[in-house]
Design a protein around this ligand. Structure first.
Ligand code: ASP
Length: 327
């Protein structure tokens, strides 16, 4: 049987030289491509009966999620296990955090247990960065507020690259609640860095101030914005981050911005649809689109999520100070 990972080691992916993965901002195209190349090998590995390669043997991985998560937490846990790490999910709800222990105290306490990698999700933008300054191990940002969600952008990029063979030159629309979306922010950085043309389509209330300075084209109408797009990336309406009223009603929102077959017909023929999950069906996306395997990449994004997170953990482990399987 072929060993996809052994092949990857020969290919020398070592454009990547970071201690932490805190965001896409700060990564260059070579680093992004190297990471995606390595992730490809983990897609192959994850499709085999034996999905394990012990590149993190002896390592300890802690998942510290202050916000809820299905896909991201499960895939980091699986990624760690497939790579042979001891993987622990901190149960934040039953921890001393509910007694008022601060983020930093929690980080310092966990750090004393000598983990090698901590994966953190937090509702405050910048919290993961702050935590990374207080610990000795590698830190991965699994989403901080509305700032960044780098592994989501990487798994989206891997999904796109596998379908089109490239990212450069594609026209990609990111639609919906851009204002509250760390997924949008990380994707804008990544897609711009890799040479895609990025469009944002959203009502003015759901766009960040100065969106036009992000290196994107801004549209407020779905049909106009989707014209000529190769990929339509939908975003969840993030009600939990909204204070005040951003739209008249979800019904009205679906009417104007929800992706259904009719609106999709304005994109390029054969355009593909993505969504990071969780979906609000009937709000930002119609089930007929989301569940059509000929146009929807949503399940494939989930599969790519495990492979990308394996690649991230593998690459970061190569630069841990206390040595390791890669020296
Ligand atoms: N799961 C993604 C995130 O954590 C997207 C979302 O929640 O809408 O940012």
């Amino acid at each position: 049987m072929t060993d996809p990972v052994a092949r990857s080691d020969n290919a020398d992916h070592l454009g990547f030289r970071h201690r932490h993965l805190l965001g896409i901002q700060g990564l260059n195209p070579l680093e992004i491509s190297s990471l995606l190349d390595l992730a490809e090998t983990y897609v192959d590995l994850s499709r085999q009966v034996d999905k394990k390669r012990p590149v993190l043997k002896g390592r300890t991985l802690i998942n510290l999620f202050f916000e809820s998560s299905t896909r991201t937490q499960a895939s980091f846990e699986l990624a760690g296990k497939r790579l042979g790490a001891d993987t622990m999910n901190m149960a934040v709800k039953s921890s001393s955090i509910t007694k008022g222990e601060t983020l930093i105290d929690t980080a310092v306490t966990l750090n004393a247990m000598r983990p090698d990698i901590i994966v953190v999700r937090h509702s405050a933008s910048g919290a993961v960065d702050l935590l990374a300054q207080k610990v000795d191990c590698a830190v991965v940002n699994a989403g901080d507020g509305s700032n960044e969600h780098p592994t989501q952008a990487l798994l989206d990029a891997l999904t796109i690259r596998r379908h089109y063979g490239r990212i450069e030159g594609l026209t990609i629309a990111i639609c919906g609640d851009v204002l509250h979306s760390r997924v949008a922010r990380s994707n804008i950085h990544l897609l711009n860095a890799m040479g895609a043309r990025v469009r944002l389509i959203a009502p003015p209330t759901l766009l960040p101030a100065h969106a036009d300075r992000l290196g994107v084209e801004v549209f407020h109408d779905m049909r106009t914005g989707l014209a000529g797009c190769d990929i339509v990336m939908m975003l969840r309406l993030q009600n939990e981050r909204m204070t005040g009223s951003f739209m008249p009603s979800t019904r009205e929102y679906f009417h104007l911005y929800g992706l259904d077959r009719e609106k999709l017909s304005h994109a390029k023929e054969g355009a593909l649809v993505m969504h990071p999950g969780p979906m609000n069906r009937g709000v930002e996306i119609d089930s007929a689109v989301a569940d059509d395997p000929t146009i929807s990449l949503i399940q494939e994004q989930v599969e790519m999520g495990v492979a990308v997170r394996m690649a991230v953990l593998d690459l970061l482990s190569r630069h841990l100070d206390n040595g390791g399987p890669h020296g």
